[in-house]
Write a protein that binds this ligand. Structure first.
Ligand code: NAD
Length: 239
């Protein structure tokens, strides 16, 4: 059974779909329950996919998500920490609240999930955790001191957790997507989108399915000797 946070739309929805297509049973944990329910309708019926409201910032709610998922579909095999949001502004204009919110959702949320999932997976001596970082955490983006810091933090968290959990049969890896067409990036001004797209060696933005297929690889035994890895999926941008 797999849990995907932020699976109601965008990259998370594509990940949930790819996992369902591979025969996994999936629980979508998302702050937006209505959107998560619509995603479930799109992906299948309740025998294979379910929605649960969860704010990943809250460790008790994360535990509740995993409890509900395990009650529905049995032991947790795969956790994808994907939930995210942006609150972009240069430091001159960014509020402290916007810094705290972005770090809390991405970094604390990923820590909450990794910790809660690892406790369950440790009991069974098996499990896979995939954390969604960003190329922004590698190169830093203007207007994203909060987001870049949180996404870089996810890299450190992934590697530290991978070392702590490897001998327990649990693998922890991260993906750094480049510019992917989702509701998050649709909100960007057109000229910025065009400017970013022009910097991509492959000459196009990525599709959410192109992140999802890498998640499937990291969740499968095809990557059985990989842990603590950070895979760039960015069409060659910022390599
Ligand atoms: P999106 O905004 O389209 O979807 C994000 C989902 O996360 C939404 O369904 C939202 O309701 C949910 N969410 C937000 N805060 C939450 C919380 N506190 N608890 C639970 N759910 C919450 O975003 P996306 O573009 O699909 O991004 C998915 C992930 O990929 C994010 O972590 C994002 O930072 C990362 N990413 C995206 C891109 C890109 O170009 N789109 C690039 C690099 C990394």
């Amino acid at each position: 059974m797999a849990v995907v946070t932020g699976g109601a739309q965008g990259i998370g929805l594509a990940i949930a779909k790819a996992l369902v297509d591979q025969g996994a049973r999936v629980v979508i944990g998302d702050a937006n329950l209505d959107a998560a329910r619509r995603a479930v309708e799109e992906l299948g019926d309740e025998s294979v996919v379910r929605a649960h409201r969860c704010d990943v910032r809250d460790s008790a709610l994360f535990e509740q998500l995993l409890d509900t998922a395990e009650e529905a579909f049995g032991p947790l095999d795969i956790l994808v920490n994907n939930a995210g949001l942006t609150r972009d502004a240069t430091m001159r204009k960014m509020s402290e609240e916007d810094f705290d919110t972005v770090v809390a959702v991405h970094l604390k949320g990923t820590w909450n999930g990794t910790r809660a999932a690892a406790a369950r997976m440790r009991e069974r001596g098996t499990g896979v955790i995939v954390n969604i970082s960003s190329m922004s955490g590698k190169v830093g983006n203007v207007g994203q001191t909060n987001y870049s810091a949180a996404k870089a933090g996810i890299v450190g968290l992934t590697k530290a957790a991978a070392k702590e959990l490897a001998h327990k049969g649990i693998r922890v890896n991260a993906i750094q997507p480049g510019f992917i067409a989702t509701p998050m990036t649709a909100a960007m001004p057109e000229h910025i989108k065009q400017q970013k797209a022009a910097e991509i060696p492959m000459g196009r933005v990525g599709d959410p399915a192109e992140i999802a297929s890498v998640v499937v690889f990291l969740a499968s035994d095809m990557s059985s000797y990989m842990t603590g890895a950070v895979l760039e999926v960015a069409g060659g941008r910022f390599m």
